[in-house]
Ligand binder design. Structure first.
Ligand code: FUL
Length: 695
């Protein structure tokens, strides 16, 4: 009996031991990893910026610091409207410009008079930061602050005393308004300003002046859970991605080095072997500019543009910080609200049915053959579990078998970044028509990567990690069949006369006519630039979704004669032809040494019956060279000129759109647009496009 007991005890011990040995350990972290605050932030994914300050009332991008607080009166201000919109838009928080470069404070700071205290708004008794914080609380949003280090109002800016002032302000913002999830230290620093009446230019060394190391420490003492954004000085928790246009690199490492300069390339792509975790935040505005300008009411980003931004930020291991410029009355404009809610709806629709759920997965390698790390852990909707391999395995695949053929066009994948970002490259193949077909070959994954591709129908999908720093850890895979965004394409006519269409959704089918009739899906399908003759053209077009069988209303673009034979006289600069390329985003500037009046002479190649001309100024926000006053001449030989029109482009400053001028028809081979003045009252003259109107 005793022997039997001993035996069974031995057996039990051995099996426990065997079991214990068969259990592999979870991988150890590899390289830098996010801290808990960065992790919490990363999971927010999408949140808002709001820009409001004195320059909202002066139509400026930046306040100069001498604006009278009297102008600050957002009479209908309602932070609850902002919070409601952000909440409905699916955002997780709001960051407010508590103080922009002007130095004007949206809260009644004890340390300056340059604030809402001295504004007519709420009779000087208001506290906009408080209203924002309260509205965030009410709507269950996190609350963040932007505090510009550069202060164009403060007399001490540039001196050591200013740092005390800056920290005093931080202490107000970070103690009096509850939990703050993020603080934003804008990189624009130093330059000209009011500076307490000195009206001069002050330069600082943005790496040392703010004593970031101690400033960060101070911030963290006041708000232990905060994440700090900074694009200069000591590395903060989050990095700028090097652009304000709403995208980060396809390759996007959440790593940088703690010290040393960060070239723009590195901001965009991160640094594969960086020694510090610094993930990218993609900041962009729903309009071209950060502050409200009425002239941008027609330039609110469209749904397709916002969708691109989504895939190019959140879909590339970034977070999206989308800005609303607040109107002078204190509200978000109805057009901005409309499109951001459409955007939310479209995202919801795109990611509503996860088709990966309908699959069974197997993997080429599983860590220690332990099912705790099996392929199904990438599909179990649990971000705490992951599929992984033994440490030395850097190439492995996971195959998903669908119960029936499925159609899809989005692939979403996440790494378990708590143990480091590891994957260097991967590919996706589908099993379709009896064979494997590669549909994507990519680099990094990170917290989240979303791939877009043309809809495929398949019975299997194979993910292959082709290179990884150490064993890959895949916590989640999702597959979707996103509906097409049906919107009109952009249609341009190049100098050659060819017509190019740029679809709003890359899966859109475009059908067009050139004979004035309304296109249907029986009309010509757009596949490549359309060769046309030299004459005038009416292009009518629809975008069509073969799945829903819906199409857009007919969209039409009219073009005058092709500019094929035109020659720009008096310049050897090839960029001059940017004016004729149909692309409104390319421009050309005349030699900057010329003095007004500045002539643009064009040889039309042959005699045309001209009855007007069209001018589109440089479309960039900072564009100079916008012509306000002009004369227009014609000539048979480019020597003898006859004035046929002249005057001004009224309101071109506020509305730098196409300007059309007509005059009595005249037969001519040469034209001359003479710039007499510009919006800046200097000698710069630029053009995005130039065209004529013919009889
Ligand atoms: C920039 C600033 O200069 C802009 O005015 C804006 O605040 C943007 C978010 O950051 O650097």
């Amino acid at each position: 009996m005793r022997v039997k007991n001993l035996l069974s005890t031995l057996l039990l011990l051995t099996s426990i031991q065997f079991f214990a040995f068969s259990q592999v350990n979870a991988p150890l972290p590899y390289g830098p990893i996010p801290n808990e605050h960065q992790m919490r932030w990363q999971q927010m994914e999408y949140y808002a910026f709001v820009h409001l300050s004195v320059n909202t009332y002066t139509d400026m991008a930046w306040g100069k610091g001498d604006e009278d607080p009297e102008i600050f009166n957002p009479e209908d201000l309602d932070c609850r409207q902002w919070a409601r919109i952000c909440k409905e838009a699916g955002m997780k928080g709001i960051i407010i410009t508590a103080k922009h470069h002007s130095g004007f404070c949206l809260w009644p700071s004890k340390y300056t008079d340059y604030s809402v205290k001295n504004a007519p708004w709420r009779d000087g008794k208001g506290d906009l930061v408080r209203e924002m914080a309260d509205a965030c609380k009410e709507y269950g949003l996190k609350f963040g602050v932007y505090l510009s280090p550069w202060d164009r109002n403060h007399a001490d800016y540039g001196k050591p005393e200013y740092i005390t002032y800056f920290r005093n302000q931080l202490s107000e913002l970070l103690t009096n308004y509850g939990e703050v999830f993020e603080v934003w230290f804008d990189g624009a620093n130093g330059g000209s300003g009011f500076y307490g009446g000195a009206n001069e230019t002050r330069t600082i060394d943005r790496n040392t002046y703010y004593d970031w190391k101690n400033t960060y420490q101070f911030v963290r003492t006041l708000q232990p859970n905060i994440v700090i954004w900074n694009d200069g000085g000591d590395r903060a928790d989050l990095r700028w991605v090097g652009t304000e246009s709403g995208y980060v690199g396809e390759t996007n490492w959440s790593l940088l080095n703690a010290t040393g300069d960060v070239p723009e390339q590195m901001l965009r792509y991160g640094l594969e072997n960086g020694d510090t975790w610094v993930p990218g935040e993609v900041n962009t505005s729903i309009r071209p500019e950060w502050f409200y300008h009425e002239k941008e009411d027609t330039k609110v980003k469209t749904l397709p543009q916002l969708m691109d931004i989504y895939y190019n930020s959140i879909g590339r291991n970034g977070a999206l910080l989308l800005n609303f410029p607040i109107m002078p009355n204190g509200l978000i404009h109805a057009s901005d609200e409309k499109v951001v809610l459409e955007f939310a709806h479209a995202i919801k629709k795109a990611f509503s049915v996860d088709l990966a759920k309908r699959s069974k997965a197997e993997a080429s390698h599983v860590r220690g053959n332990d099912q705790r790390f099996g392929a199904d852990k990438a599909l179990d909707q649990n971000n705490e579990t992951y599929w992984t391999t033994d440490d030395e395995v850097k190439t492995a695949s996971l195959t998903m078998h669908f119960t029936q053929p499925i159609s899809f066009n989005r692939f979403l994948i996440q790494e378990y970044i708590l143990l480091g970002q590891r994957v260097k490259s991967f590919k996706v193949e589908v099993f379709t028509n009896g064979a494997w077909k590669e549909i994507a070959k990519e680099t990094t994954i990170g917290y989240k990567r979303i791939l877009r591709f043309h809809t495929v129908q398949a019975t299997k999908l194979r993910l292959t990690i082709t290179d990884s720093k150490s064993c890959p850890l895949i916590s989640n895979i999702e597959i979707y069949n996103a509906p097409q965004i049906l919107a009109p394409p952009s249609i341009v006519r190049e100098q050659s006369g060819d017509v190019r269409m740029i679809p709003a959704d890359f899966e859109s089918q475009l059908y067009y006519t050139l004979d004035g009739s309304n296109p249907t899906i029986k009309s010509d399908k757009y596949t490549e630039p359309i060769k046309t003759g030299d004459g005038k053209l009416v292009v009518k077009c629809i975008a069509y979704d073969p799945v829903t069988k819906n199409s857009t209303p007919v969209f039409e673009e009219k073009f005058d004669i092709a500019r094929k034979h035109w020659k720009i006289i008096g310049t050897a600069d090839k960029n001059a032809y940017n004016m004729l390329d149909g692309n409104v985003h390319s421009q050309w500037y005349q030699d900057r040494n010329q003095k007004m009046p500045v002539d643009l002479v064009i040889d039309l190649g042959k005699v045309e019956n001209v009855s007007g001309f069209k001018y589109l100024p440089d479309q960039n926000w900072w564009a100079g060279g916008i012509i306000t006053n002009y004369s227009f001449f014609v000539s048979p030989d480019g020597r003898e000129w006859k004035l046929v029109d002249g005057g001004e482009f009224a309101n071109i400053k506020n509305n730098p759109l196409w300007q059309s001028k007509s005059f009595a028809p005249v037969k001519t081979r040469y034209i001359k647009l003479q710039a007499l003045g510009n919006t800046q009252h200097d000698n710069e003259v630029g053009y995005a496009e130039i065209d004529i109107i013919t009889e």
